[in-house]
Structure formats: structure tokens, C-alpha cells
Design a protein around this ligand. Structure first.
Ligand code: NAD
Length: 486
């Protein structure tokens, strides 16, 4: 059955569909970045509320700034903005049709987007525009020199960026006496609300300092921590949906069954009752972010590089490998989890058990190569802060040193079996010769202060790193992991 409003009633019985009348929905949210994560996350939470007869005035209108989004929009338009979401545990896959999206203003049509954003019914503007969408420099600060921002600073009435569009609409609302909407980032960035405020007010300052003051004083930017592994859609997913569920959808979304959203409750114009579908509202998301960055993201890095060097393709296969799985277990238990500050209401060992289960889920098809990507940006966020804590607390850092050595060894560009590793970092060309030189001069690797800061000067860490790197080159990944595990 081809998915559309007219065929909803003919869908196979095991495909859940909206239990509400979509004619009765009205708009409340404008969303930028109608990609996969949004449809597995905010759109799904709202669909669940709507199925309970709640949040019917919080329908979603989409928008975007990139011309390549037109293709996805055309697919969604053909199915009246309906999407099939397939939620997969290791053993069970469930398909449901999400009906919470009402419209999608054509990407790039700035005037139409500003007009829609200016109407009082829009009370929340939400974002999943990727980490790269926030105009941050290498130190995660607002980068005022980006040409797109400079263009929006010059011509605020015809903006190109998401932030330029939001500002243009806020100005219309302010002049019309319409209260400003809340701006809610759902991107995977620590303190994403603060970062969004920094970029929005940064651009506003380039346009008009008084207006920037008004934005800073009147617009709310709740921070939130989001989590749900959602790979990109390929023909494989389209085919699986047709074969297993009998539904033809031009752009379905497949994701894991787990989801988490911890959010600060700052919504001056109100919000959907998300707490009724599992969203946790807290005063401060920082402890939750630290937990995720350390136990989940540093955990991903821990399995990524040994698995990459051993030639393992999928994350669930790495988890099934005795040595890699045991390395994760030991490192988390002895050097990572003890360095995660307490999180209200969460037992860290239970959180880690869930992560172990998620990583081992064979249905997700997540690749080791994806986890190995961009270490030069990820190591400083996920691993280096834990090493810094270990240096300060004087406790064990052997496993962290081994993780760092594995990343260095990976960047030399060859697996243990001698197969080439294709470039897998924006700075690959810089990293590779340093990784090769580090084989005999390990200090050269840690001297990359943009990644390691000053921790290369700590003798205990530098020595442990050098020892493990030497073992990796002489004895290979498998024997080195075994040595660590003994
Ligand atoms: P996606 O590629 O499916 O969608 C990204 C959307 O952002 C697209 O609509 C794209 O056009 C738009 N976009 C990209 N760069 C932009 C820019 N510079 N300005 C404006 N729009 C831009 O990706 P996705 O899987 O939906 O992930 C999007 C984001 O969601 C991630 O970067 C991450 O921050 C967050 N997230 C994703 C996952 C996941 O597992 N996929 C999990 C948690 C959080």
C-alpha cells in the first residue's frame, strides 16, 4: 500500500496509524531541519500525545534553508506530510505512521518562512540542523566571520540562514506586539539552548545592537539532551518496509526503540505536555549531558578504534568480539563511570546496561566507520576531559591512555591486517603523518595542543600512552587488548 491520507485505512493491521482526526490539528511549532532525527523524535512524541487527544494545537510546520531539502519535501508532500517510523529492538520491529506534521514551507522561500513564523499560532521554533548549523569556531564560540552570517548581517530583510530567518520573524513579531516564540534546539550539542542563544544574539548584534538586547532579554532558549540512534534512510530501509510491513513510503525513518529527552522547562508561550510521554523536565540538564558524553559517546570511541583496526564493520559485531566488548566493559567500569558526577534519579550502572544493550542491537546497522569519524573533533569533547579528571584525581588512566593510543594508531591509516583505512577525519591529512611519526616519537601525538591541551605534559599519562602505542605497533590490537585485560 502506498502511504497517503487516503490509504491510511487500508494499511496492514500491524502498522499503527494516527488515531486522531488530522483535520482537527492546528499549528504550534515551526521546525527547521525536517531530516530523520526530527521524525524519530519531536514528531513522534507529538504523534503520541495526539493519539491521546492531547496537544492537538501543537501541529508541526516544517521549513529549511537548503535547496537539497526540496526532494525530501516533494516526497512528504505526496504523502500529505505523513511518515512511517520503524522502531527496532534486537528482536521486534514496530511500524507506525506519524501524523503530527501539517505543512512544509518550501526550502529557500525566505519571505514565506518569515510570514509563517510571524503568526501568533507559532509558539515554539525547534531545530535539528546538525552541529555544523550553529556557526561555531574551533573553540565552540560564535564565528562571526562566516560568509553566510556576514550576508545576513548586511541584508537582514532577505536572510539565508536559519538564524537570519528567526531574527527577521522576531522583529516582525516585536513590531506587531506579538510575544516572541521559544527557540528550542534538539541538536546534539552540550548546552544547546545556550549555544543557540549565542548564535542568534551574535548575529543580531551584527545587525542592530539594541535589537540584540531585546532578543537576549525576551526570547527563551531551553537546554535539552536528546538521544535516539537514527541512521540515514537508504533503499535498504525502503525495501525492508515494503517487504516486512507492506507499506510503500518514499522516505521512512528507522531508529532504535530507546529514546531519551531531558529538557529545561522554559517555555513562556506554553508547550505540549511532553512529560506525559516520557520527556523528563529538569532545572539543569548539565549532569545528564555529562553522563551521555562520557558513558555513551566516550563508550562509542572506546569500541570504534580497536574494531576499526581489527577490520570489524558493524557496531553490534564489535560488541560481540570478546576483546572489544571486554575493553568497553573494563574501561567504563574502572575509569569512566567513576568519573561521572551523580545524576538525579538515574543509576549509572543501569544507564550503562542500557547502552550495552543498545550498542549490541543488530537491527540498527550502525557502522564502526561512522563511529571512527572525526576523532579530532570528538576526542577533545568525549575523552580528553575524562583524562584531565584522571590526572587530577591521581586514579587509574591506563585504559584511557590505551584508547588514545588506539586512535593514534588508527590515524596511521592502516588496519592490523595491512588494509588501507580511507580518510575518516576532516583533518586526516594533518593527523596521518603525525600518527606515523608517533610510532617512534609518541610525544609528537600528544603535542597536538588543539586536541590534548596540556595533558601531554603529564608524565604519568604520557608514559602510559607511549607504552600502549609501542605495544600496538609491535604486537597488534588483539594482543594489546588482551594485555590490558589481564
Ligand atoms: P539529517 O541529515 O537527516 O537532517 C539534517 C537536517 O538539517 C536536514 O534537513 C538538512 O538539510 C539540515 N541542515 C544541515 N546543515 C544545515 C545548516 N548548516 N543549516 C540549516 N540546516 C541544515 O540528519 P539527522 O539524522 O536528522 O540529524 C540531525 C541532527 O540531529 C544531528 O546533527 C544531531 O545534532 C541530532 N541528533 C541526531 C541523532 C541521530 O542518531 N541521527 C541523534 C541525536 C541527535
Amino acid at each position: 500500500v502506498r502511504l497517503s491520507e487516503n490509504t491510511l485505512s487500508c494499511l496492514p493491521g500491524d502498522v499503527a496509524r494516527p488515531g486522531y482526526d488530522r483535520q482537527e490539528l492546528s499549528a504550534g511549532i515551526f521546525h527547521f531541519g525536517m531530516g530523520n532525527f526530527h521524525r524519530a523524535h519531536l514528531a513522534a512524541y507529538l504523534d503520541e500525545l495526539m493519539n491521546r487527544g492531547l496537544a492537538l494545537d501543537w501541529g508541526i510546520v516544517g521549513g529549511g534553508v537548503r535547496p537539497e531539502e526540496r526532494a525530501g519535501r516533494a516526497v512528504l508532500a505526496d504523502q500529505q506530510w505523513l511518515s512511517t517510523l520503524v522502531e527496532q529492538s534486537a528482536t521486534v520491529s514496530r511500524a507506525r505512521v506519524i501524523g503530527s506534521m501539517l505543512d512544509f514551507v518550501p526550502p529557500g522561500e525566505g519571505a514565506a518562512i518569515i510570514e509563517r513564523l510571524s503568526r501568533p499560532d507559532i509558539r515554539i521554533v525547534s531545530l535539528t540542523i546538525t552541529e555544523g548549523g550553529y556557526f561555531l569556531d574551533a573553540d565552540d564560540r560564535f564565528d562571526a566571520s562566516h560568509p553566510d552570517l556576514l550576508a545576513d548581517a548586511e541584508a537582514p530583510e532577505s536572510p539565508r540562514t536559519v538564524f537570519g530567518l528567526i531574527l527577521a520573524a522576531l522583529r516582525v513579531r516585536r513590531d506587531a506586539g506579538t510575544a516572541p516564540f521559544t527557540v528550542m534546539s534538539c541538536d546534539n550539542i552540550p548546552h544547546n539552548g545556550d549555544v543557540t542563544r549565542g548564535t542568534l544574539t551574535g548575529l543580531a548584534r551584527l545587525q542592530d545592537p539594541a535589537f540584540a538586547e531585546w532578543v537576549a532579554g525576551n526570547v527563551a532558549f531551553p537546554n535539552g539532551m536528546v538521544d535516539r540512534i537514527t541512521p540515514a534512510t537508504t533503499d535498504r530501509e525502503r525495501r525492508l518496509l515494503a517487504d516486512e510491513f507492506g507499506v510503500t513510503d518514499g522516505w521512512p525513518v528507522f531508529c532504535e526503540d530507546f529514546r531519551q529527552w531531558v529538557l529545561e522547562d522554559r517555555f513562556p508561550l506554553g508547550r505540549p505536555p511532553l512529560e506525559q510521554v516520557g520527556v523528563q523536565f529538569v532545572e539543569d540538564v548539565s549532569p545528564f549531558e555529562t553522563m551521555k558524553l562520557r558513558i555513551l559517546n566516550a563508550g562509542h570511541a572506546t569500541i570504534a578504534y580497536p574494531a576499526g583496526l581489527l577490520g570489524i564493520e558493524y557496531v553490534h559485531e564489535a560488541m560481540a568480539d570478546e576483546r572489544v566488548g571486554a575493553f568497553l566493559e573494563r574501561l567504563e567500569q574502572t575509569e569512566i563511570i567513576p568519573r561521572v558526577p551523580a545524576v538525579p534519579g538515574i543509576a549509572l550502572d543501569v544507564y550503562f546496561s542500557e547502552i550495552r544493550r543498545r550498542f549490541a542491537n543488530p537491527k540498527i546497522g550502525d557502522t564502526i566507520r561512522r563511529l571512527c569519524l572525526d576523532g579530532s573533533n570528538r576526542q577533545p569533547k568525549f575523552i580528553v576531559p575524562i583524562i584531565r579528571d584522571a590526572i587530577a584525581d591521581g586514579g587509574s588512566l591506563e585504559g584511557l591512555a590505551l584508547e588514545s593510543a588506539l586512535w593514534c594508531r588508527y590515524c596511521a591509516g592502516e588496519t592490523d591486517a595491512g588494509a588501507p583505512i580511507e580518510p575518516n577525519d576532516p583533518h586526516w591529512e594533518t593527523l596521518r603523518p603525525i600518527a606515523a611519526a608517533a610510532r617512534t616519537e609518541p610525544a609528537r601525538w600528544l603535542a597536538q595542543t588543539s586536541i590534548y591541551g596540556g595533558i601531554g605534559d603529564d608524565a604519568r599519562f604520557a608514559e602510559a600512552f607511549a607504552g600502549w602505542l609501542d605495544k600496538l605497533w609491535r604486537r597488534g590490537t588483539a594482543a594489546t587488548l588482551e594485555a590490558y585485560l589481564q
